[in-house]
Design a protein around this ligand. Structure first.
Ligand code: DX5
Ligand code: ZN
Length: 229
């Protein structure tokens, strides 16, 4: 564990390394750290739950040695119960699992907390908020997917983003509500207006040459500067 999860209601950008150069991950993370972010989003995909394969705990452990940022680990895998301990051991600060992937969400949340890290629950665009209603209050953060998980650079699903409103009602003001998929300076203010405070951004940060300018543009938009609403 490096740093604690930032207290809400601060707005945080969590750059997703899925859009970074995988051959230079340490320096890519350094660049966003210098841009002022506190968290980095690490997408773990197993080729079963989603049609893509990314990284495992071995890579997370190596990155842990290079960075003190908060590691927000998003497990898009069929068996989070089995692999969660390995990711925590590797240095995850937060574990996000999908409600579609476990029969025992409460047990998994408890095991994540017992290991000393924060727990987050997420749902695919097609999964209704009711599926996580009972479990969300037990978590530190809820992640709303605004794309179908698997790839970066997809289009933001405007209607799905409205789930944030209900999730914020359920968890109250003290928990984080995170959004993942298609976040950029034009969509960030929309999700913030719906109650989100933690914005995952892959392409909108690592797809841009100037990462500092990219982070600042999303942050400025999220804070209401040039708010298009
Ligand atoms: C998608 C991942 C996202 C992805 C977001 O399955 O969970 O974290 O990196 O990428 P952008 O911000 O490019 O939509
Ligand atoms: Zn993600």
């Amino acid at each position: 564990m490096s740093v604690p999860i930032p207290k809400t209601p601060s707005i945080e950008i969590a750059p997703s390394i899925l859009s970074a150069d995988f051959a230079s991950l340490a320096s890519e993370i350094k660049q966003v750290e210098e841009a002022g972010v506190k968290m980095v989003h690490i997408d773990v995909m197993d080729g079963h739950f989603v049609p893509n394969i990314t990284i495992g705990p071995v890579v997370v452990a190596k990155l842990r040695k290079c960075s003190g940022l908060f590691f927000d680990v998003h497990l898009m895998i069929t068996d989070p119960d089995k692999y969660t301990p390995e990711f925590i051991k590797a240095g995850a600060d937060n574990i996000t699992f999908h409600i579609e992937t476990t029969k025992d969400p409460v047990g998994l949340i408890n095991r994540i907390h017992d290991a000393g890290v924060t727990a987050s629950i997420t749902l695919n665009p097609a999964t209704p908020v009711e599926a996580i209603e009972k479990f969300a209050p037990l978590c530190d953060m809820v992640l709303i997917m605004t794309v179908n998980p698997g790839f970066g650079g997809q289009s933001f699903m405007y209607d799905v983003a409205k789930k944030c409103i209900r999730v914020r009602e359920i968890v109250g003001p003290s928990k984080r509500v995170e959004v993942d998929g298609g976040i950029d300076p034009s969509t960030a203010p929309i999700v913030v207006s719906y109650g989100a405070d933690t914005l995952v951004a892959g392409n909108a940060v690592f797809g841009q040459k100037d990462r500092k300018a990219a982070v600042e543009a999303i942050m400025a938009a999220a804070r209401g500067v040039n708010k298009p609403l």
